[in-house]
Design a protein around this ligand. Sequence first.
Ligand SMILES: [Zn+2]
Length: 303
Amino acid sequence: MLHETMLRKESLIAPLFVVHGSGIKNPVTSMPGVYQLSADNAIQEAQELRNAGIRGILLFGIPGRKDERGSEATQDSGIIQKTLRAVKAAVPEMMLITDVCLCEYTSHGHCGIVENGIILNDQTTERLAEMAVSHARAGADMVAPSDMMDGTVAAIRKALDMAGFENLPIMSYAAKFASALYAPFREAAQSRPEFGDRKSHQLNAANSREAMRSLERCAEEGADILMVKPALPYLDILSRARERFTLPLAAYQVSGEYSMIKAAGEKGYIDADAVMFETLLAIKRAGADLIITYFAKELAKQL
Ligand SMILES: [Zn+2]
């Protein structure tokens, strides 16, 4: 009767990694239970998620070819565009959200267009806007820019509106910290930077006021949902954001958070199921409306 916070399957979003080909289900070794899937297996996974009560999936694409500009990111035959069409046709009721960033597509592994070792902000936001429109045309229901450049949300909003997608929402990775907890993801998405790091554009773990500024900026640029990432080590940011913004908030329980729980569970040091439940409940309690988590299917089955 006095339970203040409830986890609901409807608020969970499952991330999926998709690759070209068919019949592919490559396990990601650092993330037990997570796979790189070809479109046919992504359809099957989407059906299982739907049957478990999950309403949304977030797609990350691994391209066939990487180059300096991340060309495949905007091609109609690109991995995300192909997967969107396939999954949309098979599971039309699933909300399809796409990650919009270039790091999976560039040969150098950085989030944008690089010249002399520096990411060019404005040329990058232009490419990302093109990418978002291309996803929208292929059937995306929401786009999620994760690059953390200045002005991406505004550039995407303008490009979507001009292409006739005025009603397509943007979920912005607004408070994305430069975190060591992304390591397993970079194996899954094959997006490790060849040189340098992402500290020039992602947030410093020491800074909460800067995170508020970043959230504010994304809200002003037209984001419909604001995200905090990672989740558990940044619950204070989530909680401050909850007090300050009326927009829906999403939290991303990232790969490292997932892998730590899985690994400790496998060793018998903790009860992984109980810790999964407790951490997700804490994320919800701190103020998340939506939780992006690799535990989505497991949790939904238990709820
Ligand atoms: Zn990126």
